[in-house]
Design a binder for this molecule. Structure first.
Ligand code: SF4
Length: 137
């Protein structure tokens, strides 16, 4: 059993209210249980919502509002689910400010990618959970 970003399974939870199904993740879900979670929704944010990026360790949306608290709350809820089911590996959506693992956008909303982890990916790594992305499959 693994946990995975809900949007990769085709759940309409992205900031723009759209789906981002990933064929490899969907194929994997046929073979083993993947628990779908969206940390941003678990953090109390609406769908659709204003796009956000990480800057100086804070999450700020395109209107300049700091929503770090929501992102941290969502990450804690995901960690609870991971612990509840004793999950050792998660598959998260690359470059998201929550789910990105190793790559995120630079906080300028200009499409520039930098090294870094999303808030949920970071918390899971700190708790010794193996984090991979759909691009690693
Ligand atoms: Fe997908 Fe994660 Fe963004 Fe939710 S927070 S839409 S699961 S990438």
């Amino acid at each position: 059993m693994k946990l995975c970003s809900a949007c990769l399974l085709g759940i309409n939870c992205r900031y723009n209210g759209k789906r981002k199904p990933n064929e490899k993740v969907i194929n994997l879900a046929v073979k083993e249980t993947l628990i779908p979670v969206c940390p941003e929704q678990l953090g109390g944010l609406a769908t659709p919502r204003i796009i956000s990026e990480i800057k100086n360790n804070c999450v700020v949306n395109k209107e300049g509002i700091d929503i770090t608290k929501n992102f941290k709350q969502g990450a804690e809820e995901v960690l609870k689910i991971v612990k509840l089911y004793n999950i050792k590996e998660v598959i998260l959506k690359q470059r998201s400010p929550s789910c990105g693992c190793g790559q995120i956008y630079d906080g300028t909303f200009s499409g520039i990618i930098i090294k870094g982890d999303g808030i949920t990916a970071k918390l899971l790594k700190e708790n010794n959970i193996n984090v991979i992305t759909e691009e690693d499959l």
